[in-house]
Design a protein around this ligand. Structure first.
Ligand code: ADP
Length: 487
């Protein structure tokens, strides 16, 4: 297993060339498990962003006219290359953002699958012909690439988020300027090296890294960029949405979530607890679909908590490069501060601590951002944790008595990304899944993120879907062509 020791230098990738930044400034990427600097990345600005836009616009003319088969062939090469380099990418991910290596490997596989799925869908970009109400007229609808696209990605899945944006964009014939999160740009940089090997033509994908607002503003103000695809916080998403409105740019947004899990008394308790633990502590609780509110029916709450506590106590926390680690650090100090604040606020307002509840005091955790896997009981709606994303290893447990009451509570949020229910009662599972105001509902299942499914939220959790049978729609425009024919 490769372990990154001394900081490497990384460059930007624009118009098919690796480049130092004009400003000669660097961003330091820090391993959140031990504070080591794992890389120094060139920090670009508006000049490089403009160059990247020029490159994406020039290459759009040829890339959008390539056959879907030719585009799909390149995507399939990326699929294979990612899998061939799984261990390398997994260690990069673990070192730059802290997730355990087993989860990092799974992220690489998911990233690869996005390329395969979108390659397959590229060949199925269909149009329509429609019978006109006028005898002499013919109507058809064709679908064409939206245009050059700006993609902005977050740090919590530094590789698979890049894949989720680039794979459908490329499949649909769009060119791209990618701006990854400044905390975790190395996975994206390593991906661009593979893209060169896979034969992505010059200028079709470009990578700029640096001050997010400065780069974001240039991307949004340029009329030639026809679409923005973004994953990140609802706060930044709203900002970008407003700016995109000036030129009526197309937008796809995967924003925050505040997922409820509803555990009914008729569930299979053992399997439910296992799934809730896995989903809550996956990626150290730093996913937008992880459960933020665990509603347990009063009659089984004690049993649930006992079993839950036992499983949480058995989780191993540490530097994720070790195969046995279940929970890594949170990404940085502000992430850790937020977790502390949420737990302190809940305890002050009457929650009880079942397990955890503090920053790890283990000697080998002292240079990292480790917060003990935590379970809180008696959580209520007045607490911060009940309303905001914690993005950390904290499981807040609420109780409820009747179905109608819990559905109302679960829907009482501006978010609408993922929700989960656990029950063996078929009618209840249908009733409740239909009543939940969320883009995705898992029934006895917490893994809603599937490349074959349509991932995305409603309300303030976003617009558009990623993956699934309609994955290219957001990157294609419809064009109606009407023809009058003569006798
Ligand atoms: P998080 O809270 O998970 O870090 P953010 O929404 O802050 O989520 O960040 C997600 C992505 O959005 C990152 O790539 C970040 O650099 C970028 N970003 C943040 N602020 C802006 C902005 N004002 N304009 C453009 N991009 C931004």
């Amino acid at each position: 297993m490769e372990i990154l020791k001394s900081p490497k230098k990384y460059q930007l990738f624009i118009n098919g060339e690796w480049k130092d930044s004009i400003s000669n400034q660097f961003i330091e990427v820090v391993n959140p498990a031990n504070g080591n600097v794992v890389g120094q990345v060139a920090s670009g600005n508006m000049v490089e962003t403009k160059e990247a836009i020029d490159a994406a616009c020039n290459s759009f003319l040829s890339w959008s006219k390539e056959t879907p088969k030719a585009r799909a062939d390149i995507l399939m090469r990326l699929y294979s290359l990612l899998l061939e380099n799984e261990d390398h990418f997994a260690s990069v991910i673990t070192n730059e953002m802290g997730k355990p290596i087993v989860q990092a490997r799974s992220e690489v596989q998911i990233a690869a699958e996005h390329f395969r799925w979108n390659a397959e869908e590229a060949r199925r970009i269909y149009g329509k012909t429609i019978q006109s109400s006028e005898k002499q007229k013919r109507l058809s609808i064709i679908r064409q690439s939206v245009g050059p696209v700006a993609a902005i990605t977050p740090w919590n899945f530094p590789l698979s988020m890049v894949a989720r944006k680039l794979a459908p964009a490329l499949a649909a014939g769009c060119t791209v300027i990618l701006k990854p999160a400044e905390q975790t740009p190395i996975s994206a940089i390593e991906f661009f090296k593979l893209a060169e090997k896979a034969g992505v033509p010059k200028g079709v994908i470009n990578l700029v890294i640096g001050n997010p607002k400065e780069i974001g503003d240039v991307l949004l103000e340029d009329k030639r960029i026809r679409k923005i695809t973004f994953t990140g916080s609802t706060e930044v998403g709203k900002l970008l949405y407003k700016k995109a409105a000036n030129q009526v740019k197309r937008v796809s947004m995967e924003l925050g979530g505040h997922a409820p899990i509803i555990v009914f008394e008729d569930c299979d308790l053992e399997s439910t607890v296992n799934q809730v633990v896995r989903s809550k502590f996956n990626n150290t609780g730093q996913t937008c679909v992880c459960p933020n509110r665990i509603y347990v029916q009063e009659s089984i709450k004690d049993k649930f908590i006992n079993l839950f506590k036992e499983k949480v106590q058995s989780l191993k926390m540490g530097y994720g490069i070790d195969e046995n680690i279940d929970v890594g650090p949170v990404v940085n100090k502000s992430g850790l501060d937020k977790v502390k604040k949420h737990v302190e606020d809940a305890l002050q307002k009457g929650a009880t601590l079942v397990v955890g509840g503090k920053v790890s005091d283990k000697d080998h955790h002292k240079n990292g951002y480790f917060y003990e896997p935590t379970v809180l009981d008696c959580v209520n709606d007045q607490m911060l944790i009940a309303n905001q994303e914690t993005f950390g290893p904290v499981a807040p447990i609420f109780s409820f008595e009747i179905e109608e009451e819990v559905v109302k509570k679960a829907n009482n949020t501006d978010y609408g990304l993922a929700a989960y229910i656990f029950t063996e009662n078929l009618s209840r599972s249908v009733r409740v899944s239909e009543a939940l105001e969320y883009g995705m509902v898992g029934i006895n299942d917490t893994v809603v993120s599937q490349v074959e499914g349509a991932f995305g939220g409603i309300k303030e959790s976003g617009i558009g879907r990623e993956g699934g049978p309609d994955c290219l729609d957001d990157f294609l425009e419809m064009k109606l062509i009407t023809t009058i024919i003569r006798d």
